[in-house]
Design a binder for this molecule. Structure first.
Ligand code: PMP
Length: 456
């Protein structure tokens, strides 16, 4: 039986009173009315069950309403919800110590926020104060937030509004599938693409070309000096875009030579999602100066964080920096419990095992269907790049994307969409998913694509 207020009434309210984004966009043509969740499962208001392979955009790291985390949250809620961070509360200190222990030296100073945008905003401010420089560089196709500052950094026009761009410049994204150079062996993924390039074995010339583009950005596009270079270790909203193996290493070096700091946006890739490492940047063998995180950090409870070095944190020593909710006891105890569950349940290892299985099986679907151009990613940070055909690599039309997306949902599986042209299906489930769940998703996805091909 349908739960709660009628669907029609909800849609009327959504049109009249809800934030503009919800007025313009319902993610699905026929919207999903979500009522309840448990681990990798969601139920709508009619009681229909969905396998959640998007996890609220890679947010529900250890499962919806994870019973262990929920028990901790309920206990904390009965004890204390809030004081400001001007007092000392045990959950905040406990959490900061635990989080800092998971990052390499000298990344030991933690700032707690309530979202990823706030964490990135803070990172921009900190980089500018620390370096005395103003300019920011990000990669095309990136998403770093929706605040005015982080929107400037975001380089995907679907999420940008014509406001001042605040000293932000985007350089060419070293995307070896859509970019002009490179092939699958340039990147660190368990699967190879159909696209190969002419680089001699073990020598990625594409990387040099993309680094050349960064050099050109320095030479031509910055009004002053670089304060920071922002990159996600694997792009999320961009559609699991992976860079040539040495790109970040060389980019970091160039930014530092010019007096800037390097920032890893781990909002999607952190907390073991990439499987091979706890932090995405570790997969690139780089050492950021600032790491920002959110989403999976508290499994869906609003929270974000920035971790940096004592030297950079000193940029704030001159004055006050205050955040009413940042580090509140509810968020800290939940985030702390999320870390415990990750350890107890081995979620990073599960991301690696189930993720690699998914990538391998998706690569078979890629070989079967003309409209899958590329399968990429690591662990449970996966993108399936859809094309009109494998030769032209023209992004699959929005109408076709929607058809497949809608039918996948109707068959009970929720996935995401991404990519600059909306051409990428994103597979980022909670890290508790099993191989059986993967098989279910694969069967549904295969069928949706086949049905579309049969209609076309
Ligand atoms: N960085 C990345 C990589 C993200 O994917 C997002 C959210 N999609 C953000 C930052 C912003 O996080 P929030 O929505 O919590 O502000």
């Amino acid at each position: 039986k349908h739960q709660g207020m009628s669907k029609q009434h909800m849609m009327e309210i959504r049109q009249l009173n809800c934030q503009p984004m919800t007025m313009k966009v319902t993610y699905y043509k026929s919207p999903v009315f979500i009522h309840q969740g448990h681990m990798q499962w969601l139920w709508d208001t009619d009681g229909k069950r969905y396998l959640d392979f998007f996890a609220g955009v890679a947010t529900v790291s250890v499962g919806h309403c994870n019973p262990k985390v929920t028990a901790v949250a309920v206990a904390q809620m009965k004890r204390l919800w809030h004081t400001t961070c001007i007092y000392v509360t045990p959950p905040l200190q406990e959490y900061c110590e635990k989080l800092a222990s998971l990052l390499p030296d000298p990344l030991k100073v933690v700032y707690l926020t309530n979202s990823g945008s706030e964490a990135n905003d803070l990172a921009m401010l900190m980089a500018r104060l620390h370096t005395g420089n103003h300019d920011m560089i990000s990669l095309r196709g990136s998403y770093h937030g929706g605040s005015q500052q982080t929107m400037a950094l975001t380089s995907n026009s679907a999420f940008k509004y014509p406001v001042a761009n605040g000293g932000c410049t985007a350089t060419m994204c070293p995307d070896v599938f859509r970019g002009p150079w490179g092939g699958s062996h340039c990147r660190d993924s368990p699967v190879q693409t159909i696209r190969t390039c002419d680089c001699p074995q073990g020598q990625c010339m594409a990387n040099d070309k993309y680094i050349g583009q960064l050099d050109e950005t320095f030479a031509t596009s910055l009004p002053s000096r670089v304060a920071a270079f922002f990159a996600e270790p694997i792009q999320g909203v961009g559609g699991a875009v992976q860079y040539p193996k040495d790109y970040l290493k060389q980019a970091y070096q160039r930014v530092r030579e010019r007096g800037g700091v390097c920032i890893a946006d781990e909002v999607q890739t952190g907390f073991g999602r990439t499987g091979s490492h706890f932090w995405g940047f570790q997969g690139h063998e780089v050492m950021p100066d600032i790491v920002t995180m959110a989403k999976g950090i508290a499994g869906g409870f609003p929270m974000g964080a920035l971790v940096t070095t004592p030297e950079i944190a000193a940029a704030f020593s001159k004055g006050a920096h205050f955040n009413t909710y940042g580090g509140n006891p509810m968020a800290c105890s939940i985030a702390s419990s999320v870390l415990d569950v990750m350890k107890e349940d081995g979620t990073q290892q599960n991301s690696l095992v189930v993720g690699t299985y998914l990538l391998t099986e998706l690569a078979k679907l890629r070989d079967k269907h003309e409209i899958i151009g590329d399968v990429r990613g690591k662990g449970l940070q996966i993108g399936v790049e859809m094309v009109e055909d494998k030769v032209s690599r023209t992004p699959l039309s929005p109408a076709a994307m929607n058809d497949i997306f809608e039918e996948t949902k109707d068959m009970g599986v929720l996935i995401g969409k991404g990519g600059v042209y909306g051409q990428n299906f994103r597979v980022q489930p909670p890290m508790c998913v099993t191989k059986d769940d993967a098989d279910y998703f694969l069967a549904v996805f295969d069928r949706s694509i086949q049905n579309y091909m049969d209609r076309r």
